[in-house]
Design a protein around this ligand. Sequence first.
Ligand SMILES: [Zn+2]
Ligand SMILES: [Zn+2]
Length: 132
Amino acid sequence: MITGSCHCQGVKYEIATEVQAFQHCHCHTCRKIHGTVYGSGAITSADGFRIVSGNDKISEYESSPGKKRCFCCDCGSHIYAYMAKKPGIVVLRIGTLDQDPKVRPTRHIWMSHKAPWYEVLDDLPRHDEMPA
Ligand SMILES: [Zn+2]
Ligand SMILES: [Zn+2]
């Protein structure tokens, strides 16, 4: 079991299923929403994802049609996202995990939106957009 939480600990969650597809997204939306140079996400099955406490503190923001970003309304941590067209999947904001998920980043996506002042220094595959 892996656990995660927001910065203020008001929202806590646990994951009983595998964490996969860990990637760094440089799109404009992730940059704004995370307030960082890119957003790091991974997916897990919605069946294995459970909010343990703080459900009432979660605020949702629809960043693009059908995609909801879920935040702690007290501290502002972006915790996870989900998509109306992929109901079986939860997109974890991997920085909110409390343990090492034992998976490693696999790629950079939306390089076409990358901040001009940031240079990627690893050897992971890079994609201009989200590959099919
Ligand atoms: Zn919080
Ligand atoms: Zn993105």
